[in-house]
Design a protein around this ligand. Sequence first.
Ligand SMILES: *Cc1c(COP(=O)(O)O)cnc(C)c1O
Length: 400
Amino acid sequence: MQPEHDWTGAGFATRAIHAGQDPDAATGAVVPPIYQVSTYKQDGVGGLRGGYEYSRSANPTRAALEQALAAAEGGSHGFAFASGLAAEDTLLRAVLRPGDHVVVPDDAYGGTYRLIARVFGPWGVEHTPVDLADADAVLAAIEPGRTKVVWVETPTNPLLGIADIEAIAAHARAAGALLVVDNTFATPYLQRPLSLGADVVVHSTTKYIGGHSDVVGGALVVADGAQLPVGLEGPAGTTTLADAVAFHQNASGAVAGPFDAWLTLRGLRTLAVRMDRHGQNAAAVAAFLEDHDKVTHVIYPGLPAHPGHAVAARQMSGYGGMISFRTGSVETALEVCSRTRVFTLAESLGGVESLIEHPGKMTHGSVAGTALEVPDDLVRLSVGIEDVADLIADLAQALA
Ligand SMILES: *Cc1c(COP(=O)(O)O)cnc(C)c1O
Protein backbone atom coordinates (compact mmCIF):
# COMPACT_ATOMS: atom_id res chain seq x y z
CA MET A 1 0.00 0.00 0.00
CA GLN A 2 1.26 3.49 -0.87
CA PRO A 3 1.98 5.54 2.26
CA GLU A 4 -0.70 8.15 2.91
CA HIS A 5 0.52 11.55 1.88
CA ASP A 6 0.45 14.15 4.65
CA TRP A 7 -1.67 17.04 3.38
CA THR A 8 -1.47 19.21 6.50
CA GLY A 9 0.82 21.78 4.86
CA ALA A 10 -1.26 22.06 1.70
CA GLY A 11 -3.73 24.83 0.89
CA PHE A 12 -7.46 24.54 1.53
CA ALA A 13 -8.56 23.50 -1.96
CA THR A 14 -5.81 20.88 -2.18
CA ARG A 15 -6.76 19.41 1.20
CA ALA A 16 -10.46 19.36 0.28
CA ILE A 17 -9.66 17.36 -2.86
CA HIS A 18 -6.98 15.01 -1.50
CA ALA A 19 -7.04 14.58 2.30
CA GLY A 20 -8.52 11.19 3.22
CA GLN A 21 -8.99 10.48 -0.49
CA ASP A 22 -5.93 8.52 -1.59
CA PRO A 23 -6.55 6.36 -4.65
CA ASP A 24 -8.13 3.04 -3.60
CA ALA A 25 -5.35 0.63 -2.55
CA ALA A 26 -6.92 -2.42 -4.20
CA THR A 27 -8.02 -0.97 -7.56
CA GLY A 28 -6.46 2.46 -7.96
CA ALA A 29 -9.93 4.04 -8.17
CA VAL A 30 -9.19 7.77 -8.07
CA VAL A 31 -12.25 8.58 -5.98
CA PRO A 32 -13.17 6.73 -2.76
CA PRO A 33 -15.73 4.09 -3.79
CA ILE A 34 -19.15 3.72 -2.19
CA TYR A 35 -18.66 0.84 0.24
CA GLN A 36 -22.35 -0.08 0.41
CA VAL A 37 -21.79 -2.80 2.99
CA SER A 38 -22.80 -3.49 6.58
CA THR A 39 -20.20 -6.05 7.72
CA TYR A 40 -16.64 -7.23 6.98
CA LYS A 41 -14.97 -10.66 6.83
CA GLN A 42 -12.65 -11.28 9.77
CA ASP A 43 -9.38 -13.20 9.25
CA GLY A 44 -9.87 -15.29 12.38
CA VAL A 45 -11.88 -13.94 15.33
CA GLY A 46 -10.99 -10.28 15.82
CA GLY A 47 -8.71 -10.23 12.75
CA LEU A 48 -10.01 -7.04 11.17
CA ARG A 49 -8.68 -5.75 7.84
CA GLY A 50 -8.04 -2.04 8.27
CA GLY A 51 -10.09 -1.91 11.46
CA TYR A 52 -13.47 -2.45 9.78
CA GLU A 53 -15.93 -4.65 11.67
CA TYR A 54 -19.49 -3.28 11.23
CA SER A 55 -20.56 -0.14 9.34
CA ARG A 56 -22.23 1.64 12.26
CA SER A 57 -18.82 1.64 13.94
CA ALA A 58 -16.80 2.46 10.80
CA ASN A 59 -17.20 2.37 7.02
CA PRO A 60 -14.45 3.23 4.49
CA THR A 61 -16.53 5.77 2.54
CA ARG A 62 -17.59 7.51 5.74
CA ALA A 63 -13.99 7.36 7.01
CA ALA A 64 -12.80 9.15 3.85
CA LEU A 65 -15.34 11.94 4.45
CA GLU A 66 -14.46 12.16 8.15
CA GLN A 67 -10.74 12.54 7.39
CA ALA A 68 -11.42 15.11 4.69
CA LEU A 69 -13.66 17.16 7.02
CA ALA A 70 -11.05 17.05 9.79
CA ALA A 71 -8.40 18.29 7.34
CA ALA A 72 -10.70 21.04 6.03
CA GLU A 73 -11.38 22.40 9.54
CA GLY A 74 -7.85 21.81 10.83
CA GLY A 75 -9.05 19.42 13.56
CA SER A 76 -7.77 16.04 14.68
CA HIS A 77 -10.99 14.00 14.32
CA GLY A 78 -14.02 14.25 12.03
CA PHE A 79 -17.36 12.48 12.55
CA ALA A 80 -20.13 12.23 9.95
CA PHE A 81 -23.80 11.92 10.88
CA ALA A 82 -27.17 11.39 9.26
CA SER A 83 -28.06 15.09 9.66
CA GLY A 84 -26.79 18.28 11.25
CA LEU A 85 -29.19 17.81 14.15
CA ALA A 86 -28.01 14.21 14.65
CA ALA A 87 -24.46 15.57 14.96
CA GLU A 88 -25.62 18.19 17.48
CA ASP A 89 -27.63 15.65 19.48
CA THR A 90 -24.66 13.27 19.69
CA LEU A 91 -22.32 16.05 20.79
CA LEU A 92 -24.70 17.35 23.47
CA ARG A 93 -25.27 13.86 24.86
CA ALA A 94 -21.52 13.34 25.05
CA VAL A 95 -20.84 16.52 27.03
CA LEU A 96 -23.96 17.33 29.11
CA ARG A 97 -25.58 15.80 32.18
CA PRO A 98 -28.81 16.71 34.02
CA GLY A 99 -28.39 20.00 35.89
CA ASP A 100 -25.93 21.44 33.37
CA HIS A 101 -26.43 24.76 31.64
CA VAL A 102 -25.89 25.88 28.02
CA VAL A 103 -25.51 29.39 26.61
CA VAL A 104 -27.25 29.58 23.21
CA PRO A 105 -27.43 32.34 20.58
CA ASP A 106 -30.67 34.34 20.70
CA ASP A 107 -31.02 33.81 16.96
CA ALA A 108 -29.70 30.27 16.69
CA TYR A 109 -30.87 27.97 13.92
CA GLY A 110 -34.43 27.12 14.98
CA GLY A 111 -33.79 23.37 15.05
CA THR A 112 -30.77 23.82 17.32
CA TYR A 113 -32.83 25.86 19.74
CA ARG A 114 -35.67 23.32 19.63
CA LEU A 115 -33.21 20.50 20.37
CA ILE A 116 -31.69 22.29 23.35
CA ALA A 117 -34.96 23.67 24.76
CA ARG A 118 -37.45 20.90 24.01
CA VAL A 119 -35.39 17.71 23.88
CA PHE A 120 -32.59 18.41 26.38
CA GLY A 121 -34.77 20.68 28.57
CA PRO A 122 -36.97 17.80 29.81
CA TRP A 123 -33.77 15.87 30.64
CA GLY A 124 -32.75 18.61 33.05
CA VAL A 125 -30.48 20.76 30.87
CA GLU A 126 -31.11 24.50 31.21
CA HIS A 127 -30.24 27.18 28.70
CA THR A 128 -29.93 30.96 28.42
CA PRO A 129 -30.42 32.70 25.05
CA VAL A 130 -28.00 35.59 24.58
CA ASP A 131 -26.98 38.08 21.88
CA LEU A 132 -23.62 36.67 20.82
CA ALA A 133 -22.60 39.90 19.14
CA ASP A 134 -22.14 41.19 22.69
CA ALA A 135 -19.20 39.27 24.26
CA ASP A 136 -19.90 40.92 27.65
CA ALA A 137 -23.47 39.57 27.58
CA VAL A 138 -22.05 36.11 26.88
CA LEU A 139 -19.76 36.45 29.88
CA ALA A 140 -22.70 37.51 32.06
CA ALA A 141 -24.76 34.51 30.90
CA ILE A 142 -22.04 31.97 31.75
CA GLU A 143 -22.55 30.37 35.18
CA PRO A 144 -19.10 29.10 36.17
CA GLY A 145 -19.28 25.48 37.30
CA ARG A 146 -22.73 24.93 35.76
CA THR A 147 -22.32 26.16 32.18
CA LYS A 148 -20.74 23.30 30.26
CA VAL A 149 -21.32 24.48 26.70
CA VAL A 150 -21.23 27.86 25.02
CA TRP A 151 -22.90 27.44 21.62
CA VAL A 152 -21.88 29.88 18.92
CA GLU A 153 -23.31 30.29 15.47
CA THR A 154 -21.61 32.88 13.27
CA PRO A 155 -22.96 34.17 11.00
CA THR A 156 -26.31 33.35 12.59
CA ASN A 157 -29.38 32.10 10.80
CA PRO A 158 -31.34 34.10 9.65
CA LEU A 159 -30.23 37.47 11.07
CA LEU A 160 -26.55 37.02 10.08
CA GLY A 161 -25.27 38.23 13.43
CA ILE A 162 -21.51 37.97 13.91
CA ALA A 163 -19.92 36.61 17.09
CA ASP A 164 -16.27 37.23 17.97
CA ILE A 165 -15.11 33.61 18.27
CA GLU A 166 -11.75 34.44 19.86
CA ALA A 167 -13.27 36.67 22.56
CA ILE A 168 -15.99 34.16 23.44
CA ALA A 169 -13.46 31.28 23.44
CA ALA A 170 -11.52 33.05 26.18
CA HIS A 171 -14.66 33.40 28.33
CA ALA A 172 -15.66 29.75 27.77
CA ARG A 173 -12.16 28.48 28.57
CA ALA A 174 -11.97 30.52 31.78
CA ALA A 175 -15.26 28.94 32.94
CA GLY A 176 -14.23 25.38 32.01
CA ALA A 177 -16.99 25.21 29.37
CA LEU A 178 -16.70 23.88 25.84
CA LEU A 179 -16.90 26.28 22.93
CA VAL A 180 -18.98 24.80 20.11
CA VAL A 181 -19.17 26.69 16.81
CA ASP A 182 -21.80 25.93 14.19
CA ASN A 183 -19.79 26.77 11.05
CA THR A 184 -22.53 25.86 8.56
CA PHE A 185 -22.97 29.36 7.09
CA ALA A 186 -19.30 30.31 6.82
CA THR A 187 -17.89 26.87 5.87
CA PRO A 188 -14.25 25.97 6.62
CA TYR A 189 -13.24 27.74 3.40
CA LEU A 190 -14.14 31.13 4.89
CA GLN A 191 -13.72 30.57 8.65
CA ARG A 192 -11.83 28.05 10.79
CA PRO A 193 -13.14 28.28 14.36
CA LEU A 194 -10.72 25.70 15.80
CA SER A 195 -7.83 28.04 14.97
CA LEU A 196 -9.67 30.78 16.93
CA GLY A 197 -10.05 28.70 20.10
CA ALA A 198 -13.19 26.60 19.56
CA ASP A 199 -13.16 23.03 20.87
CA VAL A 200 -15.49 21.57 18.28
CA VAL A 201 -17.11 22.62 15.02
CA VAL A 202 -20.61 21.54 14.00
CA HIS A 203 -21.90 21.40 10.43
CA SER A 204 -25.08 20.78 8.65
CA THR A 205 -23.29 19.34 5.60
CA THR A 206 -26.73 19.45 3.98
CA LYS A 207 -25.91 23.08 3.17
CA TYR A 208 -22.70 24.42 1.56
CA ILE A 209 -20.46 21.39 2.07
CA GLY A 210 -22.87 19.07 0.24
CA GLY A 211 -23.68 22.07 -1.90
CA HIS A 212 -26.17 20.57 -4.36
CA SER A 213 -29.40 20.20 -2.33
CA ASP A 214 -29.29 16.43 -2.82
CA VAL A 215 -28.21 15.03 0.55
CA VAL A 216 -28.92 15.57 4.26
CA GLY A 217 -25.95 15.19 6.59
CA GLY A 218 -24.07 16.55 9.56
CA ALA A 219 -20.58 16.59 10.98
CA LEU A 220 -18.48 17.29 14.04
CA VAL A 221 -14.79 18.17 13.91
CA VAL A 222 -12.90 18.11 17.20
CA ALA A 223 -9.82 20.22 17.94
CA ASP A 224 -6.55 18.43 18.57
CA GLY A 225 -6.30 17.79 22.32
CA ALA A 226 -9.81 19.07 23.18
CA GLN A 227 -11.04 17.81 26.56
CA LEU A 228 -14.50 17.22 28.01
CA PRO A 229 -15.93 20.02 30.18
CA VAL A 230 -14.17 20.22 33.55
CA GLY A 231 -15.45 17.56 35.95
CA LEU A 232 -16.94 15.21 33.35
CA GLU A 233 -15.45 11.76 32.88
CA GLY A 234 -16.09 10.11 29.52
CA PRO A 235 -16.55 6.47 28.58
CA ALA A 236 -13.79 4.17 29.87
CA GLY A 237 -12.46 6.95 32.06
CA THR A 238 -11.02 9.05 29.21
CA THR A 239 -11.44 12.81 29.27
CA THR A 240 -10.77 13.59 25.60
CA LEU A 241 -13.65 15.04 23.64
CA ALA A 242 -12.79 12.95 20.56
CA ASP A 243 -13.04 9.67 22.52
CA ALA A 244 -16.37 10.69 24.02
CA VAL A 245 -17.82 11.70 20.64
CA ALA A 246 -16.54 8.51 19.00
CA PHE A 247 -18.17 6.44 21.76
CA HIS A 248 -21.50 8.25 21.41
CA GLN A 249 -21.44 8.16 17.60
CA ASN A 250 -21.24 4.38 17.75
CA ALA A 251 -23.41 3.91 20.83
CA SER A 252 -26.28 6.07 19.56
CA GLY A 253 -25.68 5.24 15.91
CA ALA A 254 -26.95 8.28 13.96
CA VAL A 255 -24.24 7.81 11.33
CA ALA A 256 -24.10 8.94 7.69
CA GLY A 257 -24.75 6.10 5.25
CA PRO A 258 -22.12 5.29 2.59
CA PHE A 259 -23.93 6.91 -0.33
CA ASP A 260 -24.69 10.07 1.66
CA ALA A 261 -21.05 10.22 2.77
CA TRP A 262 -19.92 9.83 -0.85
CA LEU A 263 -22.20 12.64 -2.10
CA THR A 264 -21.06 14.92 0.72
CA LEU A 265 -17.41 14.23 -0.08
CA ARG A 266 -18.07 15.01 -3.74
CA GLY A 267 -19.50 18.35 -2.65
CA LEU A 268 -16.56 19.14 -0.36
CA ARG A 269 -14.10 18.85 -3.28
CA THR A 270 -15.60 21.89 -5.03
CA LEU A 271 -16.37 23.93 -1.91
CA ALA A 272 -13.61 26.50 -2.53
CA VAL A 273 -14.68 27.46 -6.06
CA ARG A 274 -18.36 27.44 -5.16
CA MET A 275 -17.85 29.69 -2.12
CA ASP A 276 -15.89 32.19 -4.21
CA ARG A 277 -18.83 32.51 -6.61
CA HIS A 278 -21.48 32.51 -3.85
CA GLY A 279 -19.63 35.42 -2.22
CA GLN A 280 -19.19 37.42 -5.45
CA ASN A 281 -22.85 37.00 -6.37
CA ALA A 282 -24.07 37.83 -2.85
CA ALA A 283 -22.01 41.04 -2.72
CA ALA A 284 -23.60 42.20 -6.00
CA VAL A 285 -27.12 41.24 -4.86
CA ALA A 286 -26.61 43.02 -1.51
CA ALA A 287 -25.52 46.20 -3.33
CA PHE A 288 -28.61 46.01 -5.56
CA LEU A 289 -30.94 45.55 -2.57
CA GLU A 290 -29.34 48.42 -0.67
CA ASP A 291 -30.29 50.78 -3.50
CA HIS A 292 -33.88 49.52 -3.80
CA ASP A 293 -36.60 51.73 -2.31
CA LYS A 294 -38.88 48.80 -1.30
CA VAL A 295 -36.09 47.35 0.85
CA THR A 296 -35.83 48.99 4.25
CA HIS A 297 -32.78 47.12 5.58
CA VAL A 298 -30.19 44.79 4.03
CA ILE A 299 -28.37 42.41 6.35
CA TYR A 300 -25.07 41.11 4.91
CA PRO A 301 -21.82 40.90 6.90
CA GLY A 302 -19.88 42.18 3.89
CA LEU A 303 -21.59 45.58 4.09
CA PRO A 304 -19.61 48.14 6.10
CA ALA A 305 -22.90 49.19 7.77
CA HIS A 306 -23.36 45.70 9.27
CA PRO A 307 -22.62 45.94 13.03
CA GLY A 308 -20.44 42.81 12.86
CA HIS A 309 -18.52 43.84 9.75
CA ALA A 310 -15.20 44.52 11.47
CA VAL A 311 -15.22 41.22 13.37
CA ALA A 312 -16.29 39.34 10.24
CA ALA A 313 -13.48 40.97 8.25
CA ARG A 314 -11.01 39.78 10.89
CA GLN A 315 -12.15 36.19 11.36
CA MET A 316 -13.53 35.33 7.91
CA SER A 317 -11.79 35.37 4.53
CA GLY A 318 -15.07 36.24 2.75
CA TYR A 319 -18.68 36.95 3.68
CA GLY A 320 -20.52 34.01 2.17
CA GLY A 321 -23.70 33.66 0.17
CA MET A 322 -26.49 34.40 2.67
CA ILE A 323 -28.40 37.71 2.70
CA SER A 324 -31.46 38.73 4.70
CA PHE A 325 -33.50 41.86 4.05
CA ARG A 326 -36.54 43.60 5.46
CA THR A 327 -39.38 45.06 3.47
CA GLY A 328 -41.34 46.97 6.11
CA SER A 329 -44.40 44.70 6.01
CA VAL A 330 -45.20 41.01 6.18
CA GLU A 331 -47.39 41.38 3.05
CA THR A 332 -44.51 42.67 0.92
CA ALA A 333 -42.16 40.01 2.28
CA LEU A 334 -44.59 37.21 1.41
CA GLU A 335 -45.32 38.70 -1.99
CA VAL A 336 -41.64 38.94 -2.95
CA CYS A 337 -41.17 35.31 -1.89
CA SER A 338 -44.01 34.19 -4.15
CA ARG A 339 -42.93 36.20 -7.23
CA THR A 340 -39.34 35.16 -7.90
CA ARG A 341 -38.63 32.70 -10.72
CA VAL A 342 -34.87 32.13 -10.61
CA PHE A 343 -34.85 32.12 -6.81
CA THR A 344 -36.87 29.05 -5.79
CA LEU A 345 -39.19 29.36 -2.80
CA ALA A 346 -37.84 26.67 -0.48
CA GLU A 347 -36.30 26.04 2.92
CA SER A 348 -32.61 25.17 3.29
CA LEU A 349 -29.61 26.94 1.77
CA GLY A 350 -26.12 26.51 0.44
CA GLY A 351 -26.87 24.75 -2.85
CA VAL A 352 -25.73 25.88 -6.29
CA GLU A 353 -29.28 27.12 -7.01
CA SER A 354 -30.62 30.32 -5.45
CA LEU A 355 -33.37 29.99 -2.84
CA ILE A 356 -35.69 32.50 -1.18
CA GLU A 357 -37.77 32.04 1.94
CA HIS A 358 -39.78 33.75 4.69
CA PRO A 359 -38.06 32.67 7.95
CA GLY A 360 -40.98 33.71 10.18
CA LYS A 361 -43.39 31.32 8.49
CA MET A 362 -40.92 28.70 7.22
CA THR A 363 -37.53 27.76 8.74
CA HIS A 364 -38.09 29.61 11.99
CA GLY A 365 -41.73 28.72 12.61
CA SER A 366 -40.57 26.50 15.50
CA VAL A 367 -39.25 29.52 17.47
CA ALA A 368 -42.36 31.73 17.14
CA GLY A 369 -43.29 33.12 20.56
CA THR A 370 -39.79 32.50 22.02
CA ALA A 371 -36.79 34.78 22.53
CA LEU A 372 -35.68 33.64 19.09
CA GLU A 373 -38.69 34.92 17.14
CA VAL A 374 -37.64 36.71 13.92
CA PRO A 375 -39.19 39.86 12.35
CA ASP A 376 -42.17 39.05 10.11
CA ASP A 377 -41.03 41.34 7.28
CA LEU A 378 -37.76 39.44 6.90
CA VAL A 379 -36.83 37.64 3.67
CA ARG A 380 -33.81 35.33 3.50
CA LEU A 381 -31.83 34.62 0.33
CA SER A 382 -29.41 31.81 -0.30
CA VAL A 383 -27.59 33.32 -3.28
CA GLY A 384 -26.56 30.58 -5.68
CA ILE A 385 -23.91 30.44 -8.37
CA GLU A 386 -26.09 31.26 -11.39
CA ASP A 387 -25.28 34.31 -13.56
CA VAL A 388 -25.59 37.26 -11.24
CA ALA A 389 -27.40 39.43 -13.82
CA ASP A 390 -30.23 36.88 -13.88
CA LEU A 391 -30.43 36.90 -10.08
CA ILE A 392 -30.65 40.68 -9.89
CA ALA A 393 -33.20 40.89 -12.73
CA ASP A 394 -35.33 38.30 -10.91
CA LEU A 395 -35.31 40.25 -7.65
CA ALA A 396 -36.00 43.49 -9.52
CA GLN A 397 -39.18 42.06 -11.11
CA ALA A 398 -40.29 40.46 -7.83
CA LEU A 399 -39.92 43.78 -5.96
CA ALA A 400 -41.50 45.90 -8.75
C1 LIG B 1 -29.74 23.34 8.62
C2 LIG B 1 -28.95 23.76 9.79
C3 LIG B 1 -28.77 22.92 10.90
C4 LIG B 1 -29.43 21.55 11.00
O1 LIG B 1 -28.94 20.66 10.06
P1 LIG B 1 -29.81 19.48 9.37
O2 LIG B 1 -28.86 18.90 8.40
O3 LIG B 1 -31.00 20.12 8.75
O4 LIG B 1 -30.20 18.55 10.47
C5 LIG B 1 -27.98 23.36 11.93
N1 LIG B 1 -27.39 24.59 11.90
C6 LIG B 1 -27.56 25.43 10.87
C7 LIG B 1 -26.91 26.77 10.90
C8 LIG B 1 -28.34 25.06 9.78
O5 LIG B 1 -28.51 25.92 8.77
